[in-house]
Write a protein that binds this ligand. Structure first.
Ligand SMILES: C[S@@+](CC[C@H](N)C(=O)[O-])C[C@H]1O[C@@H](n2cnc3c(N)ncnc32)[C@H](O)[C@@H]1O
Length: 233
C-alpha cells in the first residue's frame, strides 16, 4: 500500500512510516525534497507541537505538498520554499529529513547546508550506497544514532538517523550499519540475503572481465557473510 489519506487521516507506507518514527515529536522539522508532502502531513497530524519547513527544488512538487496540507488544514504550522537543499530553509530546525534520493544528491544537499542545519538530527534515506553516506557523515562530525530497514514490496530501504558527535566504525559497520548489525532481526537478514544475491550475480559477470571490480565484490560478499554470522537472529 502506498501512502494515502483516508477519512482525513494520513497513512504512510512502510518506508515513510519508519522515517517518521525517527523524527522526535514536537520538533521544528524540515522535509528537504518533500515532493508529495505526505511525510510532513503525517508529522503535523501526529503531534500538535510539530512545525515543518517543506522544501523542494521543484516548484510543481512543492505545490503538490502545499495543496495536500491545505486540504488537510495543516498549513498554519508549515512553511514552503523552493530551492536547492537546506539553503531554502528559512529558520532553525531540530530535525531534517532528506529521503528518497541518491546518496550523491543527499551529500550535495548536506555539503551545501551545514550552516543552515546547525545541530539538527538528520534522518536520511538514500536509495543506494548507504555505506558511502555513513563514511561521509563520520568525516563531517556525525555519528549514527539510529537505523532501520523498511520493506515495501520487494524493495528494502535503509534509513539512518545521524547526530553531531564523533564515531569510528569498522569496515563491516560502515557497510552494514552499526545499529543494524547490533540489532539484527528478520529484515536485516532478508536485506543481507538480497545484498549477497546482487553481489554474487555481479561477481559472476566481473570475474575475468574486470579483476578490480571482482576484488571489490569479493570483499563485499565476505563482509555480508560475516554480518550474517555476527548479527543476532
Ligand atoms: C523521489 S522524491 C522523494 C520524495 C520524498 N522525500 C520521499 O521520500 O518520498 C525526490 C524529491 O527530491 C527533490 N529534490 C531533488 N534534488 C533536490 C535538491 N537538491 N534540493 C531539494 N529538493 C530536491 C525532487 O524534486 C523530488 O521532489
Amino acid at each position: 500500500m502506498g501512502s494515502q489519506v483516508l477519512n482525513g487521516a494520513v497513512l504512510l507506507d512502510e518506508r515513510l512510516s519508519a522515517i517518521a518514527g525517527m523524527v522526535p515529536a514536537g520538533s521544528r522539522a524540515a522535509d528537504i525534497g518533500c515532493d508529495h508532502g505526505y511525510l510532513a502531513a503525517r508529522l503535523l497530524q501526529r503531534d500538535a507541537g510539530t512545525r515543518v519547513q517543506l522544501c523542494d527544488i521543484s516548484a510543481p512538487s512543492l505545490e503538490k505538498a502545499r495543496r495536500l496540507l491545505r486540504e488537510l488544514g495543516l498549513e498554519s504550522r508549515a512553511s514552503f520554499a523552493v530551492g536547492d537543499g537546506a539553503q531554502a530553509l528559512a529558520g532553525p530546525v531540530d530535525c531534517a529529513v532528506i529521503a528518497g534520493m541518491g546518496t550523491a544528491t543527499i551529500m550535495h544537499i548536506l555539503s551545501g547546508g551545514w550552516a543552515a542545519l546547525g545541530e539538527a538530527r538528520l534522518v536520511l534515506q538514500p536509495n543506494l550506497d548507504a555505506h558511502i553516506l555513513r563514511a561521509f557523515l563520520v568525516e563531517n562530525g556525525y555519528r549514527v544514532a539510529d537505523e532501520a530497514i523498511a520493506r515495501a514490496g520487494r524493495r528494502h530501504y535503509v534509513i539512518i538517523a545521524a547526530e553531531k558527535g564523533s564515531a569510528a566504525y569498522s569496515p563491516m559497520e560502515l557497510a552494514c550499519g552499526p545499529v543494524l548489525l547490533k540489532r539484527g532481526g528478520p529484515l536485516f537478514f532478508s536485506f543481507a540475503q538480497f545484498r549477497l544475491r546482487v553481489a554474487r550475480k555481479a561477481l559472476a559477470g566481473a570475474e575475468g572481465a574486470d579483476p578490480a571490480r571482482a576484488g571489490e565484490l569479493r570483499a563485499e560478499i565476505a563482509v555480508w557473510e560475516e554480518a550474517e554470522r555476527c548479527a543476532p537472529r
